[in-house]
Design a protein around this ligand. Structure first.
Ligand code: AP5
Ligand code: MG
Length: 223
């Protein structure tokens, strides 16, 4: 059976997490965020968490083999397909994606395009909760200031959301982008979405594209 594998790609703060969660609800597919998996290990203080803690806080890349292990574990037994946020993230991780896929699977990469200026504006006012929900103090605020709508816990800023670390993450993303996209274009479809619209408008563009096109997608198609 052919499954859908949807990969979200985009600079830090472009809305990958926001949009992958929304699409997961629409398509009823599981979403796996490499960053969230790593932060969960970090927060739980596991052996892996201790190994990657300083790396994540500095905006550097966690070891490829370790990230692949976490992603593969999380996807074990998924029969209908899945959504990936932040994996693969470099050319070395790209062949690992194919290890997760079956030959008949349809791979779609969604690139959310947002300028550096806008991503910085978004990240500064981002607040997150340990339960996985993300807010923005202006564009997607919690109902009660500082508290999560979902679980009531206190919201906080990510430790890697400092100006210096954001600049490094952005620089590294721009550097890795061309080669990784060229690889993904060879193995599936790549669509670029204008991320500088409201969350709802971006969601609508993505949903329209995915629902219209996944049934007739074939390897090598580029939009
Ligand atoms: P990761 O957690 O993936 O961070 P990132 O790629 O830098 O992306 P962000 O999570 O910061 O942004 P996002 O695009 O998800 O935006 P969001 O939806 O939150 O990775 C973190 C770290 O983990 C990496 O630096 C690395 O160390 C490690 N790592 C991860 N993957 C790895 C891998 N594969 N290999 C090795 N290491 C890895 O939105 C941002 C804000 O904007 C929110 O406040 C949101 O509410 C708001 N917003 C969203 N959309 C809109 C909109 N359209 N208009 C206005 N506001 C919006
Ligand atoms: Mg994210």
């Amino acid at each position: 059976m052919s499954r859908r594998i949807i990969i979200f790609f985009g600079p830090p703060g472009s809305g990958k997490g926001t949009q992958s969660d929304l699409l997961a609800t629409t398509l009823k597919l599981p979403v796996v965020s490499a960053g969230e998996l790593l932060r969960a290990e970090q927060n739980a203080g596991t052996k892996i968490g201790k190994q990657v803690s300083a790396i994540i806080d500095q905006g550097k890349m966690a070891p490829n083999d370790l990230v692949f292990k976490l992603v593969r574990q999380r996807l074990q037994g998924e029969r209908r397909g899945f959504i990936l946020d932040g994996f693969p993230r470099n050319l070395a991780q790209a062949p690992d994606l194919l290890k997760l896929a079956k030959p008949a699977d349809k791979i779609v990469t969604i690139v959310i395009e947002v300028s550096d200026r806008e991503t910085k504006r978004r990240i500064v006012l981002r607040r997150v909760c340990d339960c996985g929900v993300t807010y923005h103090l202006h564009f997607n605020p919690p109902k009660k200031l500082g508290r999560c709508d979902n679980c009531g816990n206190k919201l906080y800023q990510r430790r890697d959301d400092t100006p210096a670390v954001i600049s490094r993450r952005l620089r590294d993303y721009r550097r890795r982008l061309p080669r990784l996209l060229a690889y993904l274009q060879k193995h599936g479809a790549v669509v670029k979405i204008n991320g500088e619209q409201t969350i709802k408008q971006v969601q609508s563009d993505i949903t329209k594209y995915v629902t219209r096109n996944t049934s007739r997608l074939c390897r090598g198609l580029t939009i």
